[in-house]
Design a protein around this ligand. Sequence first.
Ligand SMILES: *Cc1c(COP(=O)(O)O)cnc(C)c1O
Length: 239
Amino acid sequence: MAVPIYQTTSYVFDDADYATELFKMQKEGYIYSRNANPTNTVLEKRLAQLEGGSGAFAVSSGNAAITTRQIRWQKPVSDEIVATNALYGGTYNLLANTFQRFGIKVRFMDGHDFDAVEAAINEKTKALFTETIGNPGLQIADLKNLSKIAHKHGIPLVVDNTFTTPYLEKPFDFGADIVVHSLTKLIGGHMEPLSAAPLSIPGDSHGITASSRNSPKKSSLNGHSFLELAKENAFIAKA
Ligand SMILES: *Cc1c(COP(=O)(O)O)cnc(C)c1O
């Protein structure tokens, strides 16, 4: 019953055609463990199921998850994020200081002042970011209203659900497009390992709209976009 731990970087390709199909994303399979690994896949599938998302992507920490989510969409120097202002300290530092050095501007707003949140969004804004319940200030986000504001402006609502876990609340039910977790905390059960954190996106049209508007359309995938190849999982595939 235990999931084996695949301690491998690389995988056997039966023949060159099979490898070609994998690289063109015409077949699902394993190429290299930085992209996907069978042990991680079990974790990712279970987390997507817990949150009701269409997929998930595991990385090595909560901060890595938040960074991965942002850098897949942001164009340094010109892009912006609007975030609520009651965030986990490590996330605040990441957004306010580290991202700034990459030229990404983050505007922090009172998450209950909806007019101010909306007024902070402009044509450069690529995401609205919040925590379900702020750690450690315990401010509760009004996800329904925040998602309405985000969708009115064609941007995704990204929710850090670390503090609540899907046991207590599923942000996708309230209009979120992407959910981020630090698995280091409550969902891990004991808070011993600094652990992988997923990003997931629901299978509804909000997710697709958000991805198509914000992700780079073309890649090295033979002229196809991630949206064409991975549909509602485009963001996960790109990440
Ligand atoms: C701890 C925490 C993070 C960062 O996660 P790490 O796994 O420590 O990088 C992000 N968000 C919240 C709400 C947290 O509590």
